[in-house]
Design a binder for this molecule. Sequence first.
Ligand SMILES: NC(=O)c1ccc[n+]([C@@H]2O[C@H](COP(=O)([O-])OP(=O)(O)OC[C@H]3O[C@@H](n4cnc5c(N)ncnc54)[C@H](O)[C@@H]3O)[C@@H](O)[C@H]2O)c1
Ligand SMILES: N[C@H](CO)Cc1c[nH]c[nH+]1
Ligand SMILES: [Zn+2]
Length: 431
Amino acid sequence: MMRIYNYSDLSKSDITKLVQRNVDPANEIRTIVEDVLATVQQNGDSALFDYAEKFDKVTLDKLYLDKAELEEMASTVLPEQKAALDTAYNNIYKFHQSQLKTEDKVETMPGVSCWRELRPIEKVGLYIPGGTAVLPSTFLMLGIPARIAGCHEIVVCSPPQKNGKVNAFIAYVALLLGIDKIYMAGGSQAIAAMAYGTETISKVDKIFGPGNQFVTKAKTIVQSTTTTAIDMPAGPSEVLVIADETAKPEFIAADLLAQAEHGIDSQSILVTTSAQIAEATLAEVEKQTAVLPRAEIVRQALANSYIVVTDTLEEAMDFSNAYAPEHLILATENWKLITDKIINAGSVFLGNLTPESAGDYASGTNHTLPTSSYARAYSGVSVDSFVKKVTFQHISPDGIKNIGPSVEILAELEGLHAHKNAVSVRMKETL
Ligand SMILES: NC(=O)c1ccc[n+]([C@@H]2O[C@H](COP(=O)([O-])OP(=O)(O)OC[C@H]3O[C@@H](n4cnc5c(N)ncnc54)[C@H](O)[C@@H]3O)[C@@H](O)[C@H]2O)c1
Ligand SMILES: N[C@H](CO)Cc1c[nH]c[nH+]1
Ligand SMILES: [Zn+2]
């Protein structure tokens, strides 16, 4: 069960330890993942068949599902399930579409113009988790911005399920997105396939998507050892709830449990200014856990989770900024007083009626977010993640006269005479 700490009793080093996530200290995950990466690089498709057998306990006769198979599977999705997926699709599409903006040209000096234009990343790989739970919502979160950005090739991998296929909801989302092939590969072997390429799976320019520690470790390794980039480390889910006496323990407990049910390595943190809210939330957590189908997973995740009691909301925010949560919920009617103090967070949920589950599924924001304190430096997935912003410049005859002398002097002070000459020859031409 969750332990309670008093903020005023914690030293700086206690806080440093508390906010640290599981970082694979003995390199156990790294060792397994490095072996998988090397084997896929060497043996290609045949390694993917072997790992499906070993890790997913399924014998595949082929590695992908084609359009006809996806259509047949999607036809089993019930009308109300289709309608809910359509609602999520529409809201996510609307929010992400608004991120596509043309930037202005800037004249930095008369005759010197600079601007940026978007170009889609050509080949992208989407990883859709499917271990402890299959996440068609993640397919929407990755596929929609990829489509809006205009990526030319979209490779999709998801772990095979026991029937040797993916689930019908993944198939339905594929049709919504106009994607007509899904590769049945999971874990670090899927990341290897998209980073190195195999006989059937193309090497991509950038890999996107969340996953467990194997997936996340594989992404960080291929990012530094191949020419394939990644979106960010988006590992086991986490939530930090800041609550004062205006919060409702029943709602807080529900939000803590929602992230705990993702997996045994999820983490749910409550930081509250009220000892009474802390105690009442603990009781609610017990009560609600007892009736959850995934109670065993939840209990293990809660064993890594804790509550911190602070004197003020400002202290609570200081702790949250040190933790840098993937999701931050401000469970207080006073949320407007503290939003400007948020420095590190992946996605923020304001007030008592805004459950994180809304953002997980359907409000419109992206749920693929940095974990393990990477919210200090990374943003969640957006259309920006799927494009490059290429800079352009144009210099007119007046422009070269205006900027030329400064560039000549700067080149000279760096001792780079060929650089200086590239300007000088043009200035002579325009005399
Ligand atoms: N940060 C985010 O944005 C975000 C979003 C959604 C989900 N998540 C997280 O994604 C994760 C999904 O994890 P999951 O496990 O359900 O699915 P997953 O698809 O990430 O991983 C399943 C795969 O892991 C591999 N695997 C399992 N055990 C292994 C072992 N012992 N050795 C090597 N490989 C092994 C298997 O190949 C399996 O196919 C959860 O932790 C969830 O919290 C994060
Ligand atoms: N909470 C997850 C991100 O950490 C996203 C998700 C998908 N389905 C349910 N939740
Ligand atoms: Zn979730």
